[in-house]
Design a protein around this ligand. Structure first.
Ligand code: FPP
Length: 246
C-alpha cells in the first residue's frame, strides 16, 4: 500500500488527537553510515519535517517530539551543543514556513540550564506562531517526566501555602493543570523508533492510557508511511481506559 492508499484508509472518526514520538536511533544511523553522530541528528531533522507534513495531511491535531531530555546533558559537550544548535537553527530557519502552514510551536520542559541565547530563540519561535490555529507542534526540550512532576508538586505546594489553591486532596485535574502540558490533551499514541521499548522519562503522567507503537526503523529513516502505519494500527486497537471490553 502506498501513502495515498494509507491516507485513504484512515478513519477520520478514530484519529489519534495527539501523537507523541520518541525519536531514537540517530547515533546508530550515523554509525551504520560511517558518519559523525551529529550527521545522524541532522538527518533526524529532515525526518521531523516529513513528520509534520504527514501529521497535517492526516489531520492529527497535536504532535509532540522528544528532542532533548534532561538526561541528554550527560552526552559529550560537542554533541550537546551541536544538537541544541541544530534544533534551534532549523526552527529559526523555518519560522516563516511554520507560520505559513498555520502551525503553533510550543516547547515543553524546563528552561534552566538553557543559555539566554537559546531562551530568546525559544521565545521568538513561540511568539511567531502563537496566534496560529493549525497543527500544535510541541517540542520536548530539556524535558524529563519526573522533573515535570516535581516542578508541578513544588508549584502546587507553593500555591497551597499562598492560599491560591485549597488545601484538599489532589485530583488528576489539578495535577494536570500544573504540568507543562496543561492545555494539551494526553497523547493517544506514543511511537518509539529504533527497536527500544521503553518510555525513557517521557510524558510519564500523560502516557497513562496511551497506546504504544514500536518500530525497528531508526529515526532518520522514519518516513510518512511509518507514521501512517502506526496510526492505522492504532485505529485497529480497542482502547479500554481500564474499563471492561464491551
Ligand atoms: C535520539 O537518538 C535522538 C535525540 C537525542 C535527538 C533527537 C533530535 C532531533 C532529531 C532533532 C529535532 C529537531 C527539531 C527541529 C526539533 P540517539 O542519539 O540517542 O541515537 P542512538 O540511541 O542510536 O545513539
Amino acid at each position: 500500500m502506498d501513502c495515498k492508499q494509507m491516507l485513504a484508509q484512515l478513519n477520520p472518526e478514530r484519529m489519534p488527537k495527539h501523537v507523541a514520538i520518541i525519536m531514537d536511533g540517530n547515533g546508530r544511523w550515523a554509525r551504520k553510515h560511517g558518519v559523525k553522530r551529529l550527521m545522524g541528528h541532522n538527518k533526524g531533522v529532515s525526518a521531523v519535517r516529513e513528520l509534520i507534513e504527514v501529521c497535517v495531511e492526516a489531520g492529527i491535531q497535536y504532535v509532540t517530539i522528544y528532542a532533548f531530555s534532561t538526561e541528554n546533558w550527560r552526552r559529550s559537550k560537542i554533541e550537546v551543543h551541536g544538537l541544541l544548535q541544530l534544533i534551534m537553527d532549523s526552527l529559526i530557519k523555518n519560522i516563516a514556513e511554520l507560520h505559513k502552514q498555520n502551525i503553533v510551536v510550543r516547547f515543553l520542559g524546563s528552561r534552566d540550564r538553557l543559555s539566554k541565547n537559546y531562551k530568546d530563540k525559544i521565545d521568538k519561535i513561540c511568539s511567531a506562531s502563537w496566534n496560529n490555529t493549525g497543527l500544535r507542534f510541541n517540542i520536548a526540550m530539556n524535558y524529563g517526566g519526573r522533573r515535570e512532576l516535581l516542578d508541578a508538586f513544588d508549584a502546587i505546594r507553593a500555591d497551597i501555602a499562598d492560599g491560591k489553591l485549597p488545601d484538599e486532596p489532589l485530583t488528576d485535574e489539578v495535577v494536570g493543570q500544573y504540568l507543562y502540558t496543561n492545555d494539551i490533551p494526553d497523547p493517544d499514541l506514543i511511537i518509539r523508533t529504533s527497536g527500544e521499548q521503553r518510555l525513557s522519562n517521557f510524558l510519564l503522567w500523560q502516557s497513562a492510557y496511551a497506546e504504544l507503537w514500536f518500530t525497528d526503523v531508526l529515526w532518520p529513516d522514519f518516513r510518512r508511511e511509518h507514521l501512517l502505519e502506526a496510526v492505522l494500527d492504532y485505529q485497529s486497537r480497542q482502547r479500554k481506559f481500564g474499563v471492561e471490553t464491551k
